[in-house]
Design a binder for this molecule. Structure first.
Ligand SMILES: Nc1ncnc2c1ncn2[C@@H]1O[C@H](COP(=O)(O)OP(=O)(O)OP(=O)(O)O)[C@@H](O)[C@H]1O
Ligand SMILES: [Mg+2]
Length: 471
């Protein structure tokens, strides 16, 4: 069913394809909605009129009659422990929008009230974390990393209780190419009847990897595609210095987009052991662990697909194992290609890259600053042990013509959302001052152009490097 809604039309192909994986559910009514930020560029990409969006109430869940909004079921491994029933506890899927360019996008609300999946939660979200998700999605998009994106954040006029304090409540309207997660497959597989993994897999193929439908082994091809998309995604995270923070299987997408910006942050100094989340005591989701964890999560997806991959279970395991093992090689290739571009090489040199990482790790050199300094010829000044840098640099047979230097500057950002400045902007926003948040957005939306007056955005924080884990 699709329903006209002024300009946009909300479709529900997901709910139709897998009705057992959704619960019809409406967003809770909002007393006093105020749109705090709206991404007009994203609205335009979707063919939506910003003014209609601001006034129609759609951004807090007011949909025209006949639109069937749903909460989606999913399971997940959280910090390695399987939780059979998670799902949208505080979210609803409003529907799918087909943009003028023909691409399909979910429009989803986060913080829109309790659903049957809420368990103990209040169904709400606080303004700070929703603004964090909005800003991080905008930053990642500007950096060219596949991501879900905030369309808008609205305050609800109500307070939410967090850590004993009352914070402004908010709803994030989020756009993603879908909300299919590894955890969605886990839910379908764990609840055999009547939730068909096959129908879910067919929907995923049609939506994200249509060529797989024509492959000899469509479900194996689907698996291959997801493994490859995640290998590419996680390589891009490491290349920009991003730590997701909660890489549970329910936060791992089938599309290969980044989703759920909780306790996430960008590193300052290079240190693979960096952990930002205050709840990640064992460092499971540390910066340098992310490729290994992605592969672990993808193995969980493979388990769900086994019955579709081959009727003989040994054969299915053998085929799926080959695919998940290919993650490492794919990841290494994406990462090495990306590093070659960052340091101005025509071809990856694995040893040179490994030695650079060791060098940067020794002094915890600022990851973002280093690569821009390298193209400017000032990287040496960043090191205490300059001879160590000199001997590495002497081995680097870099491209030196101006076009090559400019190409480096197109992949190495000047500005990232430095964690201490993000926290500063969110604290101000929660106190009613949005100016620092708008500055943050302005900075991260143009990450590659150096601009005067933004020097403090290139300075690392002084720690402690823990993001607040508020929701
Ligand atoms: N305040 C809350 N009320 C109800 N359920 C919640 C609340 N906070 C989190 N949950 C649920 O806990 C689970 C894990 O939460 P997590 O923080 O990963 O997801 P999320 O951030 O709410 O959503 P998403 O993954 O879509 O970005 C999900 O099932 C989520 O819906
Ligand atoms: Mg989540």
């Amino acid at each position: 069913m699709s329903t006209a809604l002024g300009t946009p039309t909300l479709e529900d192909t997901y709910a139709q394809a897998v009705p057992d994986l959704v619960v019809p559910w409406a967003a809770a009514p909002v007393r006093d909605p105020q749109v705090v930020v709206l991404d007009e560029e994203l609205a335009a990409e979707l063919g939506l009129d910003p003014e209609t969006l601001r006034t129609s109430g759609l951004l807090v869940g007011r949909v025209p009659e006949g639109v069937r909004t749903v909460a989606q079921a999913y399971s997940g491994h959280q910090f390695g422990m399987f939780q059979p029933r998670l799902g949208d506890g505080r979210a609803v899927l409003l529907g799918e929008i087909v943009a003028p360019d023909g691409t399909r996008h979910d429009l989803h609300l986060k913080g829109s009230g309790r659903t049957p999946f809420a368990r103990g939660g209040d169904g709400k979200a606080a303004l700070g974390p929703m603004l964090r998700e909005y800003a991080m999605g905008a930053a990642m998009h500007a950096l060219g990393v596949p991501t879900s994106r905030g369309l808008a954040v609205s305050t609800t006029g109500e307070k939410v209780d967090r850590d004993g304090g009352a914070l402004p409540g908010a709803i994030l309207a989020r756009v993603a190419s879908s909300h299919l997660r590894v955890g969605t497959f886990q839910y379908a597989a764990a609840h055999e009847e009547p939730t068909p993994v096959r129908a879910l897999a067919d929907h995923a193929i049609a939506r994200h990897y249509p060529h797989a439908a024509d492959a000899d082994e469509p479900y194996l091809e689907l698996y291959r595609c997801v493994v490859d998309a995640q290998a590419s995604l996680v390589a891009q995270w490491l290349l920009v210095g991003f730590v997701h923070g909660v890489m549970n299987t329910d936060n791992t997408t089938i599309s290969g987009e980044t989703i759920d910006y909780g306790p996430c942050a960008f590193i300052d100094g290079y240190d693979p052991t960096t952990v930002f989340s205050s709840i990640d005591h064992a460092g499971r989701y540390a910066f340098g662990h992310q490729p290994m964890i992605a592969r672990w999560n993808l193995a969980r997806l493979g388990e769900c697909l086994l019955p579709l991959i081959d009727a003989d279970s040994d054969t299915a395991i053998e085929k799926a194992t080959t695919v998940v093992q290919s993650f490492t090689q794919s990841y290494d290739g994406y990462f090495a290609d990306g590093m070659a571009a960052k340091i101005g090489l025509a071809e990856p040199d694995y040893q040179l890259i490994a030695d650079l990482l060791a060098l940067l790790g020794t002094e915890k050199t600022d990851w973002t600053t280093f690569f821009r300094a390298l193209s400017q010829g000032t990287a040496r000044d960043l090191f205490l042990d300059r001879e160590a840098f000199d001997s590495w640099a002497a081995r680097r047979d870099a491209l030196t013509d101006p076009a090559a230097v400019a190409a480096m500057d197109r992949v190495n950002p000047v500005y990232i959302p430095r964690n201490h400045l993000v926290d500063e902007a969110l604290t101000a926003a929660e106190a009613g001052d949005l100016a620092p948040f708008h500055e943050l957005l302005d900075v991260v939306r143009r990450p590659f152009d150096e601009r005067p007056g933004l020097e403090r955005w290139t300075e690392p924080g002084t720690g402690p490097f823990v993001t607040y884990c508020g929701t």
